[in-house]
Design a protein around this ligand. Sequence first.
Ligand code: SAM
Length: 310
Amino acid sequence: MKVGGLFAGIGGVELGFKKAGFEISWANEIDKNACITYRHNHKHTLFEKDLKDLQTSEVEKVDILTAGFPCQAFSIAGHQKGFRDDRGNVFFEILRFVDDLSPKVIFLENVKNLVGHDKGKTFKRITYELEERGYTLKYKVLNSCEYGNVPQNRERIYILAFKDKKIAEKFNFPKPKKLNKKVTDFIDSETEEKYYYTNSRYYKQLKDEMKHKDTLYQWRRVYVRENKSKLCPTLTANMGTGGHNVPLVIDDKDIRKLTPRECARFQGYPETFSFPEKLANSSLYKQIGNSVTVPVIEAIAKELKKAINE
Ligand SMILES: C[S@@+](CC[C@H](N)C(=O)[O-])C[C@H]1O[C@@H](n2cnc3c(N)ncnc32)[C@H](O)[C@@H]1O
């Protein structure tokens, strides 16, 4: 079963499918730095360009099309005018691939609130477009800490669209997995000086508010939020920019932010996945925050495989 990946980032979806036994044929990504990391770790063809400029005739036909796409609002006006006004929306680029490649299964990943986005119109439109093309949809919100055996709170919606209704009926989302790892299993006892807040103007505030070594914290512009469930807060694309959503920890030495490697661990990336040294940390944090929790993708892909082979 061959997979083609759209909006591939650093290839977390592709890695999960590969681990489940699928063959990745090709992927597409526009971001130059994400492509550097992608090529550093994956051997298959990566088309580095805007999806709008990728022709379906350039790629091999695939059975499964994946896309963790950016979510933009669809316009109502477009809906009424037969969708013409929405051509700028990347979702329509996915549909171009659906129409031309006719994949057996489409796998979509997005933020949890996709269903409520733009008062439910976005999700309604996605459902409409896929069902009109003969696909049967199944979707569920899964939290990485319940389905990936990683202590990260990350709720994402996973949508699978099946051309064959019988496979849709056979497919079940994975069952929750017992979380048997703690945040401290993912943290190095100490690291490079640049990650520490010892000389930061916020150091005193952090010292006063951060008390537990087995807990992760998050810098929220002007205050620190403790994760009371002893999980890593949702890692975000902007966590490396310094001002917001920065994940913080107390290690054996002092208070510091998580390293990109630690963040990758919380996304379930193996240690063998390597990050190119020439890339700036800000770029790595963005890539990892934008990515997926690999074991969650793997678990879904394994269930998909079962449903196809049954
Ligand atoms: C949410 S991230 C998906 C990350 C991916 N699932 C991973 O595991 O790394 C969305 C990705 O879509 C890419 N993207 C956005 N617009 C694009 C376009 N028009 N063409 C190609 N890629 C695009 C972004 O650069 C980003 O890497």
